[in-house]
Ligand binder design. Structure first.
Ligand code: SER
Length: 312
């Protein structure tokens, strides 16, 4: 049977790129983008959907014979701090709606993104293992950790095929992030190319795990396409590519744009960043389903500047 794919939260940073990639894999007619906006300009099929509306989700899945759901709906770390109840509901109630569809046999496979935000102030910061002290203190992190555990529960109790990765900060030129702690690492490229001073909301030494969006999308496809027995962890896998702080990213950009300058005005997002790892150990993803990144810091900077040049 042909796969029919639904992306929930398709207008976000990951969703926009994933939609293009999945259309290439499964064919334009077999991938539906959905989000809460009424109407959007998209090349492809778009349906308005609120993941919290269980009945509307069910109708959409049944009417279109959906087999796979990518549930990307969430408020990122900074925004969720301002709307704790809604941040939790969107993450957890939304995922319950999706998990229950699979439990009842209406869909076959689910992708659910987690984040480095599951880690907290008591987690070892360097080379953070898959399994370690995990005590997040942000709304976003608490929701993602709870969701990971529910996914594992639904897999173990009901055989639901749900898979996921813990994304680091994601950096791409095709879509913009919104409301995250790692957003600076995308925004900085726009300032650099516009000849502007960049005002950074993190400290110069705030080192965090980061990844090119192309690698993140490939990881998403690879974990979804690998045989079920290779997915030994049904929480979410650590995946890593590179680590840097704003000062190191600035230096790498200055190699290409020597006049570029940055100033630092850390705000509440620095307090979030301070609780997250500096680097991630992703051995299980490499061993179980062959994860391997393509971009390092230099490759990322070259790729971002090349693609954004002339467009900003
Ligand atoms: N990029 C996310 C954020 O900053 C982390 O997953 O919230």
């Amino acid at each position: 049977m042909a796969e029919k794919v639904l992306i929930i939260g398709s207008l976000g940073q990951v969703g926009q790129e994933l939609f293009e990639t999945l259309k290439n894999s499964y064919g334009d007619a077999n991938v539906i983008a959905s989000d809460v906006k009424d109407k959007v300009e998209l090349e492809g099929r778009y349906e308005k959907l609120d993941v919290l509306d269980k009945n509307a989700l069910f109708e959409l899945v049944k009417k279109n014979g959906i087999t796979q759901v990518y549930n990307l709906a969430a408020l990122l770390s900074a925004t969720a701090e301002k709307h704790p109840q809604f941040g939790w509901d969107l993450t957890i109630e939304g995922q319950f709606n999706v998990l229950n569809l699979a439990k009842e046999g209406h869909i076959k496979k689910i992708f659910w993104p987690s984040s480095i935000a599951v880690f907290g102030p008591t987690t070892p910061k360097d080379n953070t293992p898959q399994q370690t002290v995990i005590e997040p203190n942000t709304v976003y992190g608490i929701g993602k950790l709870a969701g990971e555990m529910w996914n594992k529960y639904y897999f173990e109790k009901y055989g639901v095929d749900v898979r996921g990765v813990r994304y680091p900060g994601l950096i791409g030129w095709k879509s913009l992030p919104g409301g995250g702690t790692t957003d600076y690492a995308v925004d900085i490229f726009y300032s650099a190319l516009r000849g502007k001073v960049f005002n950074c909301f993190l400290r110069e030494d705030a080192e965090l795990p980061m990844m090119h969006m192309e690698d993140a999308i490939r990881a998403t496809r690879e974990i979804m396409e690998t045989d079920a027995e290779n997915v030994k962890l049904r929480t979410c896998y650590n995946i890593a590519a590179m680590n840097f702080n704003p000062a190191q990213l600035t230096k790498a950009i200055q190699e290409k744009i020597p006049d570029f300058t940055i100033e630092y005005n850390p705000d509440f997002r620095q307090d979030i960043a301070s609780t997250w790892p500096r680097s991630i150990n992703d051995e299980p993803a490499r061993t179980d389903w062959g994860w391997q990144e393509k971009y390092n810091l230099e490759g990322l900077v070259n790729n971002m500047l090349d693609n954004l040049k002339g467009t900003v």
